[in-house]
Design a protein around this ligand. Structure first.
Ligand SMILES: [Cu+2]
Length: 98
């Protein structure tokens, strides 16, 4: 009985976790990256946005995949950050992660 109760509490906690961690990923198209050094500037700009936890910039694909906390920032702030760094971007896609 005690073990069952513990299991139940664990299940409840597991169910509540995705709701607490509001991580999202956004895919940004950045067509103005014209040389292999550009992604460094773009990554720096995105990393500096509060709430961003992970940035992967691909020069070959001319895109950036950004993981962020949607309670702290949003895609508008991400595109603004790259634009301010000299690389205007548009949102290609978004998805919720846990
Ligand atoms: Cu460049």
């Amino acid at each position: 009985m005690n073990t069952l109760k513990k299991l139940f509490v664990l299940l409840m906690l597991a169910a509540a976790l995705p709701a607490l961690a509001a991580n999202k990923t956004a895919m940004l198209a950045i067509p103005s990256m014209t040389c292999p050094v550009c992604p460094i500037t773009v990554k720096k700009a995105l990393d500096a946005v509060p709430g961003v936890s992970k940035v992967d910039v691909s020069y070959a694909k001319k895109e950036a995949i950004v993981t962020y906390d949607d309670a702290k920032t949003n895609v508008a702030a991400l595109t603004k950050a790259t634009t301010n760094a000299g690389f205007p971007s548009t949102v290609k896609g978004q998805e919720k992660k846990q």
